[in-house]
Design a protein around this ligand. Structure first.
Ligand code: NAP
Length: 252
């Protein structure tokens, strides 16, 4: 039980990596607090956790809205009395287009969904973690925007995900003395709806980018998040942790 009785917020829990994380964390003893916009999906994920003997609460909302991060923290405190960790994982790719053709609205939306949401989450989560002796925050960044991840048409996404590394570094430094750790998890291509699931051409292209010649399963990425949220990683903060099938050491 790597997360025994730890209360953990998971955003993006309606699909893909977040959905896999919800089940994995609960199986490792966590009380999970699930967030995303699709209430029906969250309810199904929460019921699956409960029927497997775990504990879950959920609240549908939009991570771009300023009150939502605080509402998830309030739910964690109201239901479980504390907050030990957060997997701030919700994200979206946005429109894929070269910058000269990119709408400002798309830029703003991708930054709000992927980066400003993390700022809002940390702002709401850190005070309660500090008050209870510490905690662990994980942002889902990406290989895109980091080493070997300069894919054309993905400038807004890349900038938002690179921004999460800088945010984790600053927060890691700011709150280390309070025992609040903040790390960025950088997955390689992962088989989820956002990662091209159901589209064989996309899956083949992205698999081919990786030295391992395959993509990750959502659970493989969730396992890395589990490590960062657990007491196995107590000397890690401000780190960009690559879980990318060797993408960063790709030669061509
Ligand atoms: P996914 O299956 O499409 O899941 C994305 C999740 O984010 C969904 O649960 C979605 O929920 C939530 N979300 C998106 N916009 C939201 C908003 N405005 N408010 C609240 N929730 C929102 O994709 P995934 O691959 O699991 O993505 C999870 C994270 O991994 C993302 O940050 C993504 O950028 C990152 N990532 C993915 C890959 C990959 O290859 N798949 C690689 C590197 C990094 P609702 O639609 O219900 O709101």
């Amino acid at each position: 039980m790597e997360l025994n009785k730890k209360t953990i917020i998971v955003t993006g829990a309606s699909s893909g990596i977040g959905k896999a994380a919800a089940s994995l964390f609960a199986a490792e003893g966590a009380q999970v607090v699930l967030g995303a916009r699709r209430a029906g999906n969250l309810e199904i994920v929460a019921e699956r956790v409960k029927s497997a003997g775990g504990e879950a609460a959920w609240l549908a909302g939009d991570v771009r809205e300023h009150g939502y991060a605080q509402a998830l923290v309030d739910l964690a405190i109201g239901k479980f009395g504390k907050l030990d960790g957060a997997f701030n994982n919700a994200g979206a790719v946005g429109a894929m287009t070269p910058v000269p053709d990119m709408d400002v609205a798309n830029w703003n939306d991708v930054i709000a969904t992927n980066l400003t949401s993390a700022f809002l989450a940390a702002k709401a989560q850190i005070p309660v973690m500090t008050a209870h002796g510490g905690g662990s925050i994980v942002f889902t960044s990406s290989f895109v925007g980091y080493s070997n991840g300069g894919l054309p048409g993905m400038a807004a996404y890349a900038a938002s995900k690179a921004g999460l590394v800088g945010l984790a570094q600053s927060l890691g430094s700011e709150h280390a003395a309070a025992n609040v750790r903040v790390n960025a998890l950088l997955p390689g291509g992962t088989v989820t709806p956002a990662g091209g699931e159901g589209n064989p051409d996309v899956l083949a292209f992205v698999s081919g980018l990786h030295p391992m010649k395959r993509m990750a399963s959502p659970t493989e990425i969730a396992q890395a998040a589990l490590f960062l949220l657990s007491d196995r990683s107590t000397f890690m903060t401000g780190s960009p942790m690559l879980v990318d099938g060797g993408m960063s050491v790709r030669l061509t």
